[in-house]
Design a protein around this ligand. Structure first.
Ligand code: GLA
Length: 691
């Protein structure tokens, strides 16, 4: 990305360009985010009549670096307060530098000792652009930072801009909605201390016409696991800008002399292949540039939570492990209830030593026996929490977030530890490191089950810092544990899918998608999840029927085939499954292992045919279709399902029937799913390209 001329820069990806330019007042404008341009074409943007170089007061074109300054009446991505009360910035451009596929533009305030850098990074194999900013206090007095968005993206003019987003709540994560962008500011975010179930830090803008397979999309996501805010602003002229950053109003951070504030990455993607095309580009980016071990297949996991909750002995765990191993599971995870006085959710959280009644000789004997079955061993932890009824809390009542003269509100009888405090972070790293050093633990399910309340830090000079430092210290601990225990793999959980984002995914291997394991509900949750996150991280358990969460009765095959669209796992009480169910489960686990590389590493296409929905995954010469249909309507036959991305001249053999189909016919007319008339029909189809 060479500088085209001194004051205009293009960040190029394989198929796209992002172009910024400075005006006469050194304000940085986003001129282009779309198909790739040549240097000459990019320069021609400066001559457009609608260019931001002819601003009309009150109708300023969106800035790429939107610092508080004169005539900035909309959302402002960079807001500070200097010691004397001055709020406006007057940034002067200093220099541009390029290194490691990244462009950095450096600005400094005309008067105050504040430097602002904005950084754009691209990768040779992805159209995703990673952006962040840094603020540096070069003076001696503190500077209060009120807002430091990682990126503000100017979206091109669109006739009827539409916003896609993911909302939800506990048990109902990643619900996808697409609505017209209203005038003014639309704000989504989290004030909970964690990414949240209520909104996921991803949005997409399109022109209102895009479909799964056609149309341009502009999407962005924030790689941060604490509080955050994405502002989508449509100005009176109808132009849309999207600004994404960490922190929430009215939280601020005081930058002391010499301090540098680095923001998390806000990644952006322009794509021209419809919603599914954009989703695939995000999946490929996650696999190539976010996940720590993308090449690995995630194992089929068994988790004991729904089977036992808090009521178990070591022998119960072992019986579950034996049945899980017989079914073909590869990783046994013992969930909550193994430590301290934690025989219910009322006590013991924070006391991370094995419960002496349940594990008189520690975890060693159980781990050994689980390993003898051939499975790996995983353990649930919730390090950021404490029950007031615990030795930890009795010893350190000041280690939780609290405010003077305010109650300490409990959720599930627990409080949040102040992980921003260095001594809490040190303690947490220490016990986890000890636990992992003393035991052969292959996997941690790292949970975080309640949001912050009364988030205070009495005695701290800069208490709001906790909103940032909690997440930073969490990241540091995860990074250290991973470095010191390289075989360890980690699942991110927060009452289900409350902490799913590209920040946590840089240091974890999979996520717990939702506590709702009802297969019918999961189809929707998984569809929303797949807008940005790949199947390779999407934990999906098969549990009992009726479902513990919804009480819905769903046949075993249907439950499996929905879970097989992600990282298949089993979470039912295998002690009460019939022999037939155990045997059928084993067959379906074996099916999954065959298609696993395609599901976990392939390209995903959503499928729809009448009442049936499904997904297609492609990798090399193999195509896998998983399809589900709750019920038929009015006795109509299911329509054929059109497949995507196939070679139209290719021929594909169906492993079920041995029939060979033409790619052109599968793409234009479709494949017969052959689901039959019954309710809760499902199928798995494997097609292999024949030469
Ligand atoms: C949360 C998780 C569950 C389980 C329980 C244990 O709700 O989402 O999967 O681990 O905690 O208390």
């Amino acid at each position: 990305m060479p500088a085209r001329e001194p004051r205009l820069w293009a960040v190029d990806t394989p198929h796209t360009s992002y172009v910024v330019a400075l005006d006469d007042h050194d304000r940085l404008h986003g001129l282009h985010w779309g198909p790739r341009l040549t240097a000459e074409q990019a320069l021609a943007l400066l001559d457009l009549p609608a260019s931001p170089f002819r601003p009309v007061i009150g109708r300023e074109a969106p800035l790429d670096l939107s610092a508080a300054s004169a005539f900035q009446y909309g959302h402002t991505g960079v807001q500070v307060r200097f010691g004397d009360g001055t709020r406006d910035l007057e940034l002067e451009f200093r220099e541009a530098s390029e290194a490691d596929d990244a462009l950095t533009l450096v600005f400094a305030d005309r008067h105050y000792p504040l430097e602002v850098r904005t950084r754009y990074r691209s990768h040779p194999d992805s159209d995703v652009i990673e952006r962040s900013i840094t603020l540096q206090n070069n003076g001696t007095e503190p500077i209060e930072v009120l807002r430091a968005d990682s990126a503000t993206w100017a979206v091109p003019d669109l006739d009827a801009p539409r916003l896609s987003r993911l909302h939800g709540e506990w048990g109902a994560e990643t619900q996808l909605t697409r609505t017209p962008v209203p005038y003014g500011e639309t704000v989504i975010g989290s004030r909970r201390g964690v990414t949240s179930h209520q909104a996921n830090p991803w949005i997409t803008i399109d022109d209102g016409q895009a479909t799964e397979t056609r149309g341009e999309t502009w999407s962005t996501t924030l790689a941060w696991s604490g509080t955050w805010r994405i502002t989508v602003e449509k100005d009176p002229a109808g132009r849309v800008a999207v600004s994404a950053g960490f922190g929430h109003d009215p939280v601020s951070i005081s930058l002391v002399a010499g301090e540098v504030l680095e923001t998390p990455v806000a990644a952006g993607l322009y794509a021209d292949g419809g919603f599914a095309g954009a989703a695939s580009a995000w999946h490929e980016y996650a696999l190539a540039h976010v996940l720590p071990h993308p090449e690995e297949d995630r194992p089929v996991l068994y988790n004991s939570w729904e089977a036992t909750e808090f009521d178990f002995t070591a022998e119960d765990q072992m019986r579950l492990a034996e049945r899980a191993a017989a079914m073909g599971c590869e990783l046994f995870v013992m969930d909550d209830g193994w430590f301290g006085a934690r025989v219910s959710d009322r006590a013991g959280l924070g006391d991370w030593t094995p419960n002496p009644d349940r594990f008189p000789d520690g975890l060693g004997p159980l781990i050994k026996r689980v390993h003898e079955t051939g499975m790996r061993f995983g353990l649930w932890v919730e390090p950021e929490m404490v029950n007031p009824d615990s030795d930890l809390y009795r010893a350190h009542p000041d280690w939780v977030y609290h405010q003077p003269h305010r109650r300490r509100s409990e959720v599930r009888q627990q409080l949040v530890l102040n992980l921003a405090k260095p001594e809490v972070a040190e303690w947490m790293h220490h016990w986890l490191d000890d636990l992992l050093s003393a035991n052969e633990i292959d996997f941690l399910k790292w949970d975080m089950n309640r949001p912050f309340t009364e988030a205070g830090w009495p005695g701290s000079a800069d208490p709001d810092r906790l909103w940032f430092d909690h997440t930073r210290n969490l990241y540091r601990i995860l990074d250290r544990l991973r470095a010191d225990h390289p075989a360890l793999r980690i699942e991110s959980c927060s009452s289900g899918g409350g902490r799913v984002d590209f920040g946590i995914l840089r240091r974890t291997d999979q996520v717990w998608t939702s506590d709702n394991t009802d297969a019918l509900d999961r189809i929707e949750i998984q569809e929303g999840f797949a807008q940005v996150y790949p199947a390779r991280i999407m934990g999906a358990w098969v549990t009992d029927s009726p479902n513990p969460f919804t009480r819905r009765v769903i046949p075993l095959d249907f439950r499996f085939r929905v879970a097989m669209a992600g990282v298949l796992a089993v979470g039912g009480d295998l002690r009460i499954w019939s022999d037939e169910e155990l045997a059928r489960g084993a067959e379906l686990v074996a099916d999954y292992k065959r298609i696993r590389p395609v599901v976990q590493h392939g390209r995903r296409h959503p499928l729809k045919a009448g009442q049936a929905a499904g997904v297609q995954y492609d990798r090399d010469d193999t195509t896998v279709v998983l399809a589900w249909r709750h019920s038929r309507r009015l006795g109509y036959r299911d329509p054929l399902v059109k497949l995507h991305g196939l070679d139209l001249d290719g021929r594909y053999e169906d492993a079920r029937t041995g029939r060979v189909h033409h790619g052109a016919v599968l793409a234009t007319h479709g494949l017969d799913l052959d689901l039959g008339p019954a309710d809760y029909a499902s199928t798995m189809i494997e097609l292999t390209r024949v030469r």
